[in-house]
Design a protein around this ligand. Structure first.
Ligand code: CAA
Length: 260
């Protein structure tokens, strides 16, 4: 496996776990860490046995406490734009990633932390998870997609309140507003692994196309979204897995998918 300084990559097939590992800065994202998460995602794709990714924070206290504020005092507007572009690119990479990505939010997920979690396919939270977009406290605004993705996930009025006040959202509220899918008491990573194991029993191409249809479809008007669904439905019918899946059902046995 590649050399990483700011992340720990662990492969436990069918899941891969990326742990952001800068505990002294509560796992804040600096440019090097952003690059390493991106590299880890590339490396995981080379391992055929991996069928899903979990992103979490090292230590007990934080998922990611945001973008690294210690770099900000000297940043010029041009550098700030460049930094945000790198962070946004990573969020897009996660969204467009061919495998499912679960955010296991194990503590503070503020600013860039909430934003990275929002780019994942869904979020499981520990009871001590804290979300929020506190950028206005610093006199800045969210820059890794928060103004766009939070709005799409929790609705414009709730996103507006969260972003304009900068207040903390605890796990129970995150669950209530649909930001987190589950609060996991106990083994958060274990629960995320179970979900990836469950998904790994399904047709790999079907999982990939379904993610693609949901992700891209929510940005489209309904007619275009249905057209996208139609074309991916046709494409998946061209797969060997479709032949096997349908046949196995009719023969009352478990399918043996090949990802072809
Ligand atoms: N960047 C750099 N360092 C950070 C950090 C961040 N985002 N968040 C915490 N740290 C550092 C602290 O400076 C501190 O370092 P020292 O021990 O060297 O002083 C260490 O982590 C521990 O933090 P605290 O002492 O503050 O811990 P706490 O328990 O008292 O508070 C906290 C925890 C509420 C998460 C608090 O640290 C905090 O509010 N952090 C900042 C959160 C924030 O504003 N995030 C948004 C960043 S901007 C952004 O993300 C922009 C964007 O959209 C791209």
């Amino acid at each position: 496996m590649g050399e990483y300084k700011n992340v720990i990559l662990e492969c436990d097939a069918p899941a891969a776990i990326i742990r952001i590992n800068r505990p002294k800065a509560l796992n804040a994202l600096n440019p090097e860490t952003i690059q390493e998460v991106s590299n880890a995602l590339d490396e995981i794709l080379e391992k055929e046995e991996i069928r899903g990714v979990i992103i979490t924070g090292a230590g007990e206290k934080a998922f990611i406490a945001g973008a690294d504020i210690s770099r900000m005092p000297d940043m010029t507007p041009q550098e700030a734009e460049k930094f945000t572009e790198e962070g946004q690119k990573l969020t897009l990479k996660i969204e467009e990633y061919p495998l499912p990505v679960i955010a296991a939010v194990n503590g503070y997920a503020l600013g860039g932390g909430t934003e990275l979690a929002l780019a994942c396919d869904f979020i499981y939270a520990s009871p001590n998870a804290v979300f929020g977009q506190p950028e206005v406290n610093l006199g800045i605004i969210p820059g890794f997609g928060g103004t766009q993705r939070l709005t799409r996930v929790v609705g414009p009025n709730m996103a507006m309140e969260i972003i304009l006040t900068g207040r903390h959202i605890k796990a129970k509220e995150a669950l209530r507003i649909g930001l987190a899918n589950r609060i996991v008491e106990g083994d958060l990573i274990g629960e995320a692994k179970k979900t990836i194991e469950e998904i790994s029993q399904r047709g790999p191409l079907a999982v990939m196309y379904a993610k693609n249809a949901v992700r891209r479809g929510k940005e489209l008007p309904i007619e275009a979204g249905l057209e996208l669904e139609r074309s991916l439905f046709g494409l998946v019918f061209a797969s060997e897995d479709r032949v096997e899946g349908v046949k196995a059902f009719l023969e009352k046995r478990k399918p043996e998918f090949k990802g072809k």
